[in-house]
Design a protein around this ligand. Structure first.
Ligand SMILES: [Zn+2]
Length: 200
């Protein structure tokens, strides 16, 4: 290929996305360039909009529009008594679609061992979780982190941090396969993992 730094940079960036390597990045970029009006232009605009208008809620960690209140936090009116702690928003979507859980969510945005993010306690919104437990009359925090070493280490860390609140902390049952991620678990597995959760 000719020396086109714009393309080279794009290949490097897109290769960092989950499930993509340099080969598929090149294919994606060529497809976009060959469809300038239908793909490249709207994608560039949409990405700019997302960068400008979408942010992480500083209270529950979900994604929200910067001009509107957070949907998760607005659910306060429902007066739930449980918070389910997940690593990523895609885990929340998986649990919601199984309909097993009625309550609030807390999205960590990763695990304690995500070294790329630096200051973990702040990024995982631990202080906010403690505040939510204290202020929202929460009687149970369900740790629904992945059955991976990172997920379990994170669960232990949160359990430890929640001790000062005296709230009941439970963890999903090991119905989840070892190494299993919440977002890729089927409804049946999730439902049994919630039903058989154990107190910590
Ligand atoms: Zn929120």
């Amino acid at each position: 290929m000719q020396n086109l730094p714009e393309i080279d940079n794009l290949i490097k960036l897109i290769s960092k996305l989950p499930g993509l390597g340099p080969k598929s990045a090149k294919r994606i970029i060529l497809k976009m360039i060959n469809n300038r009006q239908e793909l490249l232009k709207p994608l560039a605009n949409n990405l700019g909009d997302v960068f400008k208008n979408i942010e992480r809620c500083k209270i529950c960690g979900t994604l929200k529009s910067s001009s509107n209140p957070c949907n998760n936090c607005e659910d306060k009116k429902k007066k739930y008594s449980k918070i389910c702690v997940v690593e990523n928003i895609s885990d929340q979507w998986a649990i919601e679609s199984s309909s097993i859980f009625q309550g609030y969510y807390h999205i960590l945005g990763g695990t304690i061992s995500d070294s790329v993010k630096g200051n973990n306690r702040e990024n995982l919104l631990i202080n906010s979780l403690i505040e939510r437990v204290k202020n929202d009359n929460i009687d149970e925090v369900i740790l629904a982190t992945s059955a991976t070493v990172e997920g379990q280490t994170t669960a232990f860390y949160i359990q430890d941090n929640l001790k000062i609140t005296n709230v009941k902390v439970s963890k999903l049952a090991q119905g989840l396969p070892v190494g299993g991620e919440i977002e890729s678990s089927d409804d049946g597995t999730l439902i049994s993992a919630f039903k058989n959760r154990r107190d910590l």
